[in-house]
Design a protein around this ligand. Structure first.
Ligand code: CUA
Length: 369
């Protein structure tokens, strides 16, 4: 099963993701990204805030041991298949030209010959050996990429799939965030593998960051495991890989691999409660008195909802709406005003806020660094 999933992931699939940023892009953003996903444009622009980081979220450029193992297996199988194709194709071509009927030869059926032990043995034993070899290397690859006992330097993250966003809980650090997973970069001397416990709050999702590892499903009522270990710094784009409802196509995720120092700084910042800025207390009061607080947590306030993403450090994230929009004032305003216009069918309703209330709430959200 697993190898089937992995091979499917390698059959030229990739994730295309480009969050839209400006209002001029906004109107057509959803249609634009959907169209691109459908057209399967092979590549993606990664979201550095400075716009400098570009990369390919493609299965054929593995940057983590499990992805490398899957890629090696893919090329091995591809190589064997190409050999078989060449042998069969060449034999056929030779037979067609070598034994075609000559102009002066009589027509009709040629003499029929039955039974040749050597030939029958060859075409039974040969394929059986090939299938057996493929079985062995596939089984070995599955054992290689399986998450077994994590080493003590591992980072543990509990991933919960929601319709349609990702919750990331850092079990050893008391940090909860959404959609953007920060992990330390592994170097030769200091491996920092990331071990994930995968669960679902509703339906089946699938965690897939092509350059880091194969797909692993998230089931309600079950904990699955996987691991990866990025060996390059930067953003890695992923996507929910199991149809999970209307906005499945917009259930993107991002993994940021950064130096140990940067990672520790990020953790320390995430552990702090939300800042209390008196200049935006009107917005905070509105947030807490409206239904917002029932679904979102902002640590340091009485907002303790767990239905939507934790917003304590919302502005430390580069994107909103599970990666489909850049996180800026303009997009936040549109989102708070009418999330359904950006992500039709998403679980956050249009709160029917007045223009003034929207502005105040957004002003408050913008202080949550
Ligand atoms: Cu979650 Cu598809």
């Amino acid at each position: 099963m697993l190898s089937g999933v992995c091979l499917c992931a390698l059959a030229g699939e990739f994730v295309f993701a480009e969050p839209s940023g400006t209002s001029s892009e906004a109107a057509s953003a959803v249609a634009h990204t959907e169209a691109n996903a459908t057209l399967a444009v092979p590549g993606t622009r990664l979201p550095g805030q400075d716009g400098s980081q570009e990369g390919w979220a493609i299965t054929l450029s593995p940057l983590s041991p499990p992805a490398q193992t899957i890629s090696d297996l893919f090329y091995l199988i591809l190589g064997i298949m190409v050999c078989i194709f060449l042998v069969v194709g060449t034999t056929m071509a030779v037979l067609i030209f070598r034994f075609r009927a000559g102009r002066n030869e009589p027509g009709g059926e040629p003499p029929q010959i039955y039974g040749s032990k050597p030939i029958e043995l060859a075409w039974t034993v040969g394929p059986a050996i090939i299938v057996f070899v493929l079985f062995l290397v596939t089984a070995r690859s599955i054992f290689d990429i399986r998450a077994t006992t994590p080493p003590k330097e591992a980072i543990h993250v509990r991933v919960v799939g929601h319709q349609w966003w990702w919750e990331f809980q850092y079990l050893d650090h008391n940090v909860t965030t959404a959609n953007e997973l920060h992990v330390p970069l592994s170097t030769d001397g200091t491996p920092r593998p990331v071990y994930l416990d995968l669960e679902s709050a509703d339906v089946i999702h699938s965690f897939w960051v092509p350059q880091l590892a194969g797909k692993t499903d998230l089931f309600p009522g079950r904990v699955n495991h996987m691991w990866f270990q990025p060996n390059r710094a930067g953003w890695f784009i992923g996507q929910c890989a199991e149809y999970c409802g209307t906005q499945h196509a917009h259930m993107w995720l991002r993994v940021k691999s950064e130096s140990e120092d940067e990672f520790q700084k990020w953790v320390a910042q995430q552990q702090k409660p939300a800042v209390l800025n008196s200049a935006v207390s009107a917005g905070r009061d509105l947030f807490l008195s409206n239904a917002c607080a029932n679904c979102h947590t902002i640590r340091g306030t009485h907002a303790k909802g767990i239905f939507g993403p934790d917003l304590t450090h919302l502005m430390s994230r580069e994107t909103i709406a599970s990666g489909i929009r850049l996180n800026n004032k303009e997009n936040l305003t549109q989102w708070v005003q009418d999330p359904q216009a950006i992500k039709d069918g998403c679980r956050m309703p249009d709160m029917q806020l007045t223009e003034d209330s929207t502005q105040k709430i957004v002003a408050y959200l913008l202080t949550l660094h």
